[in-house]
Write a protein that binds this ligand. Structure first.
Ligand code: GLU
Length: 436
């Protein structure tokens, strides 16, 4: 595996500064506020409301490893299965110092709504290990991954819980999970995890899928507002797997990428970046800082830069009630999970900003994860063109379903997305009935 995306450690992503994170709502409560709104519009019956407000299973494990120094260190790992009524739990695993059980619960619920919104047969899950990957060697990361996998192995499986990459994890990490699980099962089980290297049962197009999905829904939103990707000015926060691919694909469609950022720097170039050149820079140096053909801007300035589309593709709670009034973009495409707080939602709605909510905007990743799982189980692999065409059809259909719900229920696009998703999960519960 000579591909740097597989052989190197994942690049760290931007996290909000501690003040912003603590001052804003608890992520689970922020998610629940939107769920409650959707439940009210749907007139969800009180019993089902209670069921859907609670995660099915929450797992907390100790992850002890021997550090390279010979010292023993113990990390904490979580896996939350939020809801599995529609199928196996599905969702990524993140390695980050800011991981908390509340955050993992919120992210697992988001996965439930996201999979239902794009109508793929999965429930929702999320996992995380509290650690700082930048301070760990590859060998230590491998030991953490394998020990965490063995800690949660009872619920893992192609029919029960299928992880994928998330913040600070990548194909390399997925390969270790697949191997650890398979060694325990005594046979190779590729479908236990998605986002794997293509050489070991990964899907063509999976690595680009989240960014490509962002491109499809942004194109649809621009069309709705009478604009086109060609000539649209776009700012991208986060230059990891989602942000860099979205920027690259949109630039290829004729958009002008006017600002980009990662943890190390914010860069502004109103004339438009040469995105392949930026990607080459980051591949060689692991960060944007120092890139010469741009003016440096702060992380806050990136969010409020003059542009048509803003793509927050880093992490939660970055668009807040403090900075939302200054945002100039007409469209926000949420590449990250939960980048906008509930308080900021109201500001953006009043300003008339068209928000493509996370559970729609970044659903391309899990959609191609679904394709990967289908291919692994069938043992028959598709060409990239087929993957991308099927992804486009699901993203466009879902965008149109959300647009229709926005009009039908007279709500914003985020609440409309929740309405479509929660309605599908609720329908499954009603059909299955209560096992007691
Ligand atoms: N971590 C990604 C997400 O938040 C992908 C999940 C998956 O493919 O299962 O959507």
């Amino acid at each position: 595996m000579s591909d740097p995306a597989i052989t190197s450690k994942p690049a760290p992503l931007i996290r909000p500064d501690k003040d912003t994170f603590l001052a804003e709502e608890n992520p689970f409560e922020a998610m629940m506020e939107r769920f409650d709104h959707a439940a009210k519009v749907l007139n969800l019956d009180p019993g089902l409301y209670k069921v859907l407000r609670n995660p099915e299973k929450q797992i907390i494990v100790s992850v002890p490893i021997v550090r390279d120094s010979g010292e023993v260190e113990v990390y904490i790992g979580y896996r939350v299965l939020y809801n599995t009524s529609r199928g196996p739990a599905k969702g990524g695993i993140r390695f980050d110092l800011n991981v908390t059980l509340e955050e993992v619960k919120a992210l697992a619920a988001w996965m439930t709504w996201k999979c239902a919104l794009v109508n793929i047969p999965f429930g929702g899950a999320k996992g995380g290990v509290v650690c700082d990957p930048a301070a760990l060697s590859m060998a230590e990361l491998e030991r953490i991954t394998r020990r965490y996998t063995s800690g949660i192995i009872d619920t893992l499986g192609p029919d029960s819980d299928v992880p994928a990459p998330d913040v600070n994890t990548n194909e390399r990490v997925m390969a270790w999970i697949m191997d650890t699980y398979s060694m325990h099962k005594r046979h190779t089980v590729t479908a236990v995890v998605t986002g794997k290297p293509v050489e070991m049962g990964g899907s063509l197009g999976r690595r680009e899928a989240t960014g490509r999905g962002c491109m499809f829904v942004t194109r649809e939103a621009l069309t709705k507002l009478g604009m086109a990707l060609k000539g649209a000015r776009i700012a991208v926060q986060g230059f990891g797997n989602v942000g860099s691919v979205a920027a690259d694909l949109m630039a290829k469609e004729g958009a002008t990428i006017v600002a980009v950022s990662d943890k190390s720097a914010g860069l502004h170039n109103p004339k438009g970046f040469d995105v392949p050149d930026l990607i080459k820079w980051v591949r060689e140096r692991r960060q944007l800082a120092g890139y010469p053909k741009a003016e440096a801007i702060s992380h806050e300035q990136l969010l409020t830069v003059d542009c048509d589309v803003l793509i927050p593709a880093a992490t939660e709670n970055v668009i807040t009630r403090k900075n939302a009034p200054q945002i100039k973009a007409k469209i926000i495409c949420e590449g990250a999970n939960g980048p906008t707080t509930a308080a900021a939602d109201k500001v953006l709605e009043d300003k008339g900003v068209f928000v493509i909510p996370d559970i729609l905007a970044n659903a391309g990743g899990v959609t191609v994860s679904y394709f990967e799982w289908v291919q692994d189980r069938g043992g028959y692999f598709w060409d990239e063109e087929t993957v991308n065409r099927r992804l486009e059809s699901i993203m466009v259909r879902s965008f149109n379903e959300v647009a229709a719900a926005t009009e039908k229920f007279k709500v914003n696009t985020r609440i409309a997305s929740y309405i479509v998703a929660v309605d599908r999960v609720a329908a499954m519960h009603r059909l299955r009935g209560m096992y007691a």
